[in-house]
Ligand binder design. Structure first.
Ligand code: ADP
Length: 201
């Protein structure tokens, strides 16, 4: 039988809900914000693995990786940071339109930049998560030695040292990584995503 007889053309668009139901999830952007070494990358990776194990469809956007490619032309000035976040927001939006749960790990120190990304997305899709740990804890962790270099004056405009971090005023979630280990943090995140109806199974 000819192929045109086998397939029927449906003149309706696949809705975002249909796409989401097939994946057991609603698209969302889980925006992890916080100081360097607060635990954003660690949690973003662990969250993506956990979601993947449960058959969810995800994508991870990480500050360090994006700055090596898409945003390698940008510096750490306020303008560079704003453009970094704007581009990441647009990319996250595209992945969300494809039905994915996007997990992002960016310091994103400015409230206005985070608000701008929120405004790109449908209501409820942007989940701002403050990955919170005291500066002293982050500085003691210093996994990449960046705080030491910033204190030595080798890096200028380092968030928390000589550049501001604007604490989220109304984040959807705050996770204190100095009081919860990684496993506990992931449990909190997963519970939150279920509560918000982002994980449907
Ligand atoms: P960021 O991406 O925010 O710069 P990283 O994830 O690269 O931070 O580094 C955080 C460091 O803190 C890692 O060495 C990690 O092992 C450690 N850490 C300790 N406890 C936690 C926790 N509960 N959540 C995340 N990271 C933690």
């Amino acid at each position: 039988m000819a192929q045109k007889d086998t397939f029927t053309w449906h003149n309706t668009e696949l809705t975002p809900e249909e796409r989401a139901a097939a994946k057991g999830q609603r698209p969302a952007v889980i925006w992890l914000t916080g100081l360097s070494a607060s635990g954003k990358s660690t949690l973003a990776n662990a969250l993506e693995h956990t979601l993947h194990e449960h058959g969810h469809h995800t994508f991870l956007l990480d500050g360090d990786n994006v700055r090596h490619g898409l945003n390698k032309d940008l510096d750490l000035s306020p303008e560079g940071r704003r453009e970094n976040i704007r581009r990441v927001g647009e990319v996250a939006k595209l992945f969300a339109e494809a039905g994915l749960i996007v997990v992002t790990a960016f310091i994103s120190p400015y409230r206005s930049d985070r608000r701008m990304v929120r405004s790109l997305l449908a209501p409820g899709q942007f989940q701002e998560v403050h990955v919170d740990a005291p500066l002293e804890v982050c500085e003691a962790r210093d996994p990449k030695g960046l705080y030491a270099r910033a204190r030595a004056g080798e890096i200028k405009g380092f968030t928390g040292i000589d550049a501001p971090y604007e604490v989220p005023e109304h984040p959807e979630l705050v996770i204190d990584t100095s009081r919860n280990d990684v496993e506990a943090c992931i449990k909190i995140l997963i519970e939150h995503l279920k509560e918000k109806g982002i994980l449907l199974r």
